[in-house]
Design a protein around this ligand. Structure first.
Ligand code: ZN
Length: 660
């Protein structure tokens, strides 16, 4: 899903704070949903007195028992319901006419059903069903769906008596279809029959099977034959659609692309065939290639963006290049592999946003900071997060509200920049940019294939990446990467202190990195962090330092010409904030005593006298030594307490220290 802020600038999901909602986890249950066969007759197109969808409908739900099963539950919002994760109220008036229960194709009586809270349907069977048995629950209902609120995910809506459509993410399906409405519960088949007034055109997930005209009515029959997350189950129907068709050819495949355009729109997205090819090359073939791809313009009432409904993207406006790319990319990342829970929304939105850069890279090249191209997109993501992001939201489980989950600065922008950082890590692991890049995409395909038509948590993605590297006999100790960038909030705030010293023939150059970010954020480890060093003769070199997850670190260089300053993170690859300050060399002396050990680092080579005084001024330690730049550790034999240290040599230093 994506929002177009230019269309509805007042839409700011950030402003609403929900304090207590917990996004549901994947939970064990004894049954699995196999198939939905649903029928909806939208009658209010004829009787439009209140411009709300008036339905006569059923859903026949086929299950398989995994373990002994004596009951099932489904999600269904029958009546009044205050949405806990958003400022939204459902005011449905849906009446269940009957419930039927079949076991091994036989109608079984003696079951009981209840609808606690008007939000669930619980069916208790007269006996226990054995594992692997299939059974079916049919729910017949009619009534009106109605909602207030302004966000997406509102379920079924009818506008101006000329378009009816569903919009579900995260939990809108249960507002119009009895279903097991959590993202990980993907039925293998969804068969949809939508009956509207003759003259209306309907599109739903998957392939059109047939259509049937009965008097003034037409029933469109579609079937999605790939597993589908509940929030992606939709249809749209209108008497104002015009349809244009393109064909995508790829190897031996020829697939239709449908454009359902609203009134007055003759501007379908012509980017799609090329985008299908680019993503198929990068991620593996378009997963629904023997069905279709469609872009459907929801020309009234839509939330102001686009939604990646499976094989059937809905959008407020067509022919936006990166919007098309984003929603199409979801068909791999989100639809083929679905976030297990909305805490794992990175699996969907960060990948789709990153894919905009992947598309630009193939189409326009690697690029640089500005404008389009791969690095232009990544640079935009980094800046959006740094300029507007709530730094204290982690990517995993960003918060209780819908605005937190779909936070454009965190879930979309930061998440995309983190996937870029993972690609850079692959370059380090393979010690080669081109090989690292191709292995990065190979790893994405490995993960995609492993989770194909199923779901993934972020931890599954992390484990699959490690498994890929393990199969390649590469370093798999990259848990820190996921921890620092995804599971913890924030980013590095690096303070670079630099100092130089002319030693008579060459320049000693020191770079000290302090990690000044809040302690609740990680200390970041970034191998081969890029820096540009500039010299007084206007030349420069690009090099790297290995930043470790330490509070402070010092790096030493030696140059034949005079260094003047550095540009950290050149060219802007990482989400970080940096400062560079030139300081006197003696400020680089580092002294610490702990457990009777003196830890010492003196940046400049030379001969030094080190004296330690106790609090009454008596010398208790006295040593002369020749230092190099490395850490020095000297054993003391002193009681715990307060001391003073004095260092004399080519650099001088005095300080109070405590022997802990
Ligand atoms: Zn999206």
């Amino acid at each position: 899903m994506i929002f177009l802020f230019t269309f509805i600038p007042e839409k700011n999901l950030e402003k609403i704070k929900i304090l207590s909602y917990t996004w549901p986890d994947v939970e064990y249950k004894t049954f699995k949903v196999i198939r939905y066969d649903y029928f909806i007759w939208i009658d209010s197109i004829k009787n439009a007195q209140n411009l709300r969808p008036i339905l006569s409908a059923y859903n026949k739900i086929t299950f398989r028992a995994i373990d002994p099963t004596d009951s099932i539950y489904l999600h269904f919002i029958k009546g009044y319901y205050i949405v806990p994760y958003w400022i939204d109220t459902v005011k449905n008036n849906l009446i269940i006419d009957s419930v039927k229960f079949f076991h091994n194709s036989n109608y079984i009586s003696g079951f009981i059903y209840s609808t606690p809270g008007d939000t669930l349907i619980i069916v208790k069977f007269p006996y226990t069903i054995n594992p692997n048995d299939s059974f079916r629950v049919e729910i017949y209902y009619h009534g009106i769906t109605n909602r207030s609120g302004s966000s997406f995910g509102g379920g079924l809506d009818l506008r101006q008596n000329n378009i009816v459509y569903a919009d579900n993410e995260p939990f809108g399906l249960r507002r119009w279809l009895p279903s097991f409405d959590l993202p990980y519960e993907k039925p293998q088949i969804v068969d949809a029959k939508i009956k509207t007034k003759l003259g209306w055109k309907t599109i739903a997930n998957g392939k059109l099977i047939d259509s049937l005209i009965e008097g003034p009515w037409i029933t469109y029959h579609y079937r999605e034959s790939y597993p589908i997350a509940p929030y992606l189950i939709v249809f749209a129907s209108s008497n104002q659609f015009t349809i244009q068709t393109q064909t995508w050819n790829y190897n031996f495949i020829s697939m239709p692309i449908y454009h359902y355009l609203g009134p007055g729109n003759n501007n379908p997205s012509l980017y799609l065939p090329n985008q299908l090819t680019i993503f198929s090359n990068k991620y593996g073939i378009y997963p629904f290639y023997d069905e279709k791809y469609a872009e459907v313009q929801i020309f009234q009432g839509f939330f102001g963006g686009a939604m990646e409904n499976q094989t059937n993207t809905f959008t407020i406006a067509t022919n936006y290049e990166l919007l098309s790319a984003h929603e199409l990319a979801h068909h791999w990342w989100g639809n083929m592999v679905t976030c297990a829970t909305f805490k794992d929304i990175f699996i969907n939105e960060s990948f789709a946003t990153y894919s905009e850069a992947v598309y630009d890279e193939d189409n326009l090249g690697y690029g640089d900071y500005n404008g389009r191209g791969y690095m232009g997109q990544i640079h935009g993501d980094i800046n959006r997060y740094l300029n507007y992001g709530d730094y204290n939201k982690p990517i995993y489980n960003p918060g209780p509200s819908l605005g937190d989950v779909f936070d454009v600065n965190i879930t979309y922008s930061k998440g995309s920049a983190v996937l870029h950082a993972l690609r850079l890590l692959f370059r380090v692991i393979y010690n080669d940019s081109a090989l690292g890049d191709s292995k990065f995409f190979e790893a994405l395909r490995y993960y995609g294939n492993k989770r194909k038509f199923s779901y993934a948590r972020i931890i599954d993605f992390e484990n699959d990446i490690k498994e890929f590297l393990n199969n390649e006999n590469r370093d798999t100790s990259i848990g820190y990467f996921f921890n620092q960038w995804i599971f913890k909030p924030g980013h590095p705030q690096f303070q670079f202190l630099i100092s130089k010293h002319f030693n008579g023939s060459t320049y000693d150059f020191y770079i000290k990195v302090n990690q000044n970010q809040p302690s609740t954020w990680a200390k970041f480890r970034i191998p081969k962090y890029p820096i540009r060093i500039k010299f007084s003769d206007n030349t420069q070199i690009d090099t790297t330092i290995n930043i470790d997850s330490l509070l402070t670190q010092t790096f030493y260089f030696n140059f034949t010409k005079e260094p003047t300053t550095i540009i950290p993170d050149y060219p802007n690859h990482y989400i970080d904030q940096t400062s560079v300050t030139l300081i006197p060399e003696d400020e680089f002396i580092y002294v610490k005593i702990k457990d009777n050990k003196l830890k010492l680092s003196i940046p400049r080579d030379g001969n030094y006298d080190i004296k330690i005084y106790n609090s009454s001024g008596r010398i208790v330690f006295n040593k002369n030594l020749q230092t190099n730049k490395n850490q020095i550790e000297l054993l003391l034999n002193l009681p715990k307490g307060i001391y003073f240290i004095e260092i004399k040599g080519s650099l001088n230093y005095k300080s109070k220290i405590i022997n802990f």
